[in-house]
Design a protein around this ligand. Structure first.
Ligand code: ATP
Length: 445
């Protein structure tokens, strides 16, 4: 295998693993040779070799095979001349700047580019407050929320702002994975004093994705001591995770309770208005980049409505759309959007269950769930029941008998009749058509 192919594999791995894991574990690998299906790498320490083999081995083999090489196994060697002080090489991107010996900050992730809406206004306000500096009011600030909702963006924004206001501040931002990596390296190299000193000398410590240390006992122990020392010294700590402190798996109770001591705020899943706002702000950036491209009315609304998974997917969709439209030199119309993003749109279609439909419909018509499913035939219950049956037929892959079973064991002919009745009514009664549209939207949120 040539170094060119390895460089390609590296590129793919970077995309697949994310920048943090990539710089901690993959960058330190040095490909040396491929012989009889065994790819051999030089690594700075055995620890790195073992960790990579256990955690990323299969992926590396998979991508090498994809690149056309026949690789069965990986082997990691520590070259004899390698000193324990060998540091991973670091590749800096043009749009990255270095936080005080921490992970790179993305220059695009600032408060200016963060769009605020109902789901994230509290997290944003708390982040702004911390970014003002001054006396520490809540410690730690704990931000949590699902994938791609802006936790990292907010943390970087705080770091940028703090450094702009007070360049002398020692702000350290890193992922929990990098914290563990540094801790283990310090242990191996017998440099724990340096490690402790570094982490205890910062003014602001930011640790991203702290759920990573769940189940990693000695890293948790060290994190606990670092945390306490900084809180005692009135230094600000900002933590992010994908769930609330109490819900992080295999995290010691004393750490959970420490993390809950300050302000815990969550980023809620985006709503339609926030998604539209984010799309509009990204379009402004793209329009400057592609001044020749026009975007038709209704495209952004369509995307905000259909892609409700997370902001990263939304951004990716827009990037692809602009790149595609610029390649074919056409206006971005609804039709082009549907063609270009058919896979994303399909994947984003939320899977709705019959039970969710029943719940939403009974809430909408203000009736009890038991009455919707029960035997009563009065119009007040029968009509919502038929609407729920209709939606179940339209929005789920359940068969008529399966739907009937979920509506109190009704026969499939009853369901069929209900679905037909709603189809007829939709054409005659605009109120029913509106109700259905509203319910369909609510179910896809
Ligand atoms: N409110 C927002 N305004 C503008 N951009 C946003 C907003 N929320 C998220 N983004 C963008 O979405 C992308 C994903 O956000 P980010 O990396 O901060 O998510 P995260 O919550 O840290 O996700 P993960 O759990 O995967 O680490 C980034 O490009 C970010 O700029």
């Amino acid at each position: 295998m040539t170094n060119d192919i390895w460089a390609k594999v590296l590129n793919t791995l970077k995309g697949a693993l994310g920048a943090n894991s990539y710089s901690s574990w993959i960058e330190p690998l040095e490909f040396t040779q491929l012989s009889d299906g065994v790819a051999i790498f030089d690594v700075p320490t055995n620890f790195i070799g073992n960790y990579v083999s256990q955690n990323f081995g299969d992926q590396i083999i998979y991508h090498m095979n994809n690149a056309g090489e026949d690789v069965q196994r990986l082997q990691f060697r520590v070259p004899s001349q390698s000193r324990p002080t060998t540091k991973p090489k670091s590749i800096k991107k043009a749009n990255e700047s270095e936080a005080a010996s921490g992970a790179p900050l993305d220059n695009r992730f600032t408060f200016d580019t963060f769009v605020v809406g109902k789901p994230n206004e509290l997290a944003h306000a708390a982040a702004r407050r911390v970014a003002e500096g001054g006396p520490v009011t809540f410690n730690p600030l704990f931000l949590y929320g699902g994938v791609g909702l802006g936790k990292t963006h907010l943390m970087h924004a705080i770091a940028h702002e703090l450094k702009e206001r007070s360049p002398e501040l020692n702000v350290l931002y890193l992922s929990a994975e990098q914290f563990m990596y540094r801790f283990i390296t310090a242990l191996r190299e017998r440099k724990m004093m340096d490690f402790k000193q570094l982490f205890r000398s910062v003014d602001v410590l930011m640790v991203d994705d702290v759920q990573f240390i769940g189940g990693k006992d000695s890293t948790q122990e060290e994190f606990f001591h670092t945390f306490n020392a900084l809180v005692d010294g009135q230094k600000q700590i900002i933590i992010s995770a994908d769930r609330a402190p109490g819900e992080i798996k295999d995290l010691e109770e004393r750490i959970k309770s420490r993390l809950q001591c300050g302000l815990v705020v969550d980023l809620h899943p985006t709503d339609y208005e926030l998604r539209l706002g984010i799309l509009q702000s990204k379009v402004d950036v793209y329009s400057a980049q592609y001044p020749e491209l026009e975007i038709a009315d209704g495209v952004l609304e369509f995307l905000a409505h259909r892609i409700s998974t997370n902001v990263r997917v939304l951004e990716g969709a827009l990037t692809r759309l602009f790149a595609f439209a610029s390649l074919v030199g056409r206006e971005i119309t609804l039709e082009l959007t549907q063609d270009c993003l058919s896979d994303v749109l399909k994947a984003s279609d939320r899977k709705v269950t019959v039970e969710e439909i029943q719940r939403k419909v009974s809430e909408h018509y203000n009736i009890r769930l038991s009455d919707m499913i029960g035997p009563k035939r009065v119009r007040n219950y029968a009509r919502p029941r038929q609407i729920a049956m209709y939606l179940a037929k339209q929005m789920t892959s359940r068969s008529l008998p399966e739907i009937g079973r979920r509506f109190g064991g009704r026969d499939h002919t009853t369901v069929m009749h209900g679905v037909k009745r709603i189809e007829e009514l939709m054409a005659l009664d605009s109120q029913i058509a509106d109700d259905l549209e509203l319910l369909r939207r609510a179910l896809q949120e």
